[in-house]
Design a protein around this ligand. Structure first.
Ligand code: F6R
Length: 365
């Protein structure tokens, strides 16, 4: 069942080009049209005033990424909340806001309960982005987008995450179209980005030998810091979660601009700092944050794309991810952080597919 792979997680990381192209096929079949989200969507999407995303763990980070897309592409306000927090607070509900739940399993109890609670509070419409057909959460939702990642067995979510991002990107573009913010030329451009995504992800997978060498340096560390800015900040969060979860190395993620407000105090020469630094509009800011780290002796491990123009220097290691792919860049940068966590865990000899204390589907509170 594992074929040439040592673990399900490794297999699932490598299945991403296929999982993504299968999921993208669904988008291509419908185009960026309401029908992508089910029959009810045509009447629901045009009247929306906002989006509220509810999820847990890695799925929550997919939601955080989507917020950037939904606000910038569709011009719709979007807030993202951890399901287990939302369900216990007296939240404000605008019935014109679409509730979007994101769940690989479709059975996560907190996400399910958050959805029910949102309905009780008056939300009228709910979209489920889910990987398991006919599971509880899509059954309780009027709109559905199924990711086509296939069965995910490793406890740590990998291909489910990147395919969720495709569904969420499609939501952002579709909403943008409905609202007249995305014209035919922009739509063609977004379709093009989607078509190129599996190829770029394959390029990122080819970085595995270099990432393995980095992982060897990480495996003896107690702590690590992940930095990113803008739409790459959620990828830093995801990288830190993956590393914690399977290698048991304590890791935290910060938006790089926040360093000087506290976490910089942690940085010394025993703290590896991973930076997601592709060539986007915030790159120059990220570079100055990196200098702050270097000045305190922190060792930098930088994922920079071909256009970021970084060079290696003392204490600065660089791995080049593929040429900047545009809006979908966070999807491509999810791959190297998954592989880094995987190889660090291998080095430490942990049970990669079944990390201690964790379950694949969290159906308890
Ligand atoms: C982390 C991970 C978890 C899940 C979370 C939500 O690698 O897998 O954080 O993302 O338990 O699960 P789903 O998506 O099934 O609701």
């Amino acid at each position: 069942e594992l074929g040439p792979y040592s673990h399900f997680m490794q297999k699932e990381i490598h299945e991403q080009p296929k999982a993504l192209s299968d999921t993208i096929d669904t988008v291509l079949d419908h185009g960026f049209n309401a029908s992508l989200f089910g029959d009810a969507a045509a009447s629901v999407l045009p009247q929306l005033q906002g989006v509220k995303i509810l999820a847990c763990g890695t799925s929550y980070y997919a939601g955080l990424t989507a917020k950037y897309w939904i606000e910038s592409i569709a011009g719709v306000s979007c807030d993202v909340e951890i399901a287990s927090e939302y369900r216990y607070r007296a939240a404000f509900a605008n019935p014109q806001h679409l509730v979007v739940t994101i769940s690989q399993s479709g059975e996560t109890l907190d996400t399910m309960e958050a959805l029910k609670y949102a309905r009780e509070l008056g939300h009228r419409h709910a979209l489920s982005i889910c990987n398991v057909r006919e599971s509880a959460i899509p059954r309780a939702s009027d709109l559905v987008f199924y990711t086509r990642a296939g069965a995910e067995i490793g406890v740590a979510s990998t291909k489910a995450f990147t395919t969720q991002l495709v569904g969420l990107f499609a939501l952002a573009v579709t909403l943008g179209k409905v609202r007249g913010r995305v014209d035919a030329a922009a739509e063609a451009q977004y379709l093009d980005e989607l078509r190129h995504l599996p190829g770029s992800v394959q390029h990122a997978l080819n970085l595995e030998p270099q990432i393995k060498l980095w992982a060897e340096q990480f495996s003896g560390k107690q702590h690590a810091l992940f930095l990113g800015r803008g739409v790459h900040y959620p990828i830093a969060l995801e990288g830190a979660l993956k590393l914690k979860e399977i290698s048991y190395i304590h890791a935290e993620a910060y938006p790089a601009g926040e360093l000087k407000h506290g976490p910089l105090a942690l940085v010394d020469d025993s703290m590896p700092v991973v930076v997601i630094a592709p060539n986007d509009s915030l790159l120059e800011k990220v570079k100055s944050n990196m200098q702050e780290v270097r000045a305190r002796g922190g060792e930098l491990f930088v994922f920079a794309d071909l256009d970021s123009h970084f060079s290696e220097s003392d204490g600065v290691h660089v791995i080049r991810t593929p040429r900047h792919v545009g809006t979908l860049s966070p999807v491509v940068h999810a791959i190297p952080v998954q592989m880094l966590a995987y190889h660090a865990a291998l080095q430490r000899g942990t049970d990669v597919d079944k990390p201690r204390n964790l379950a694949k589907s969290v159906t308890v509170e």
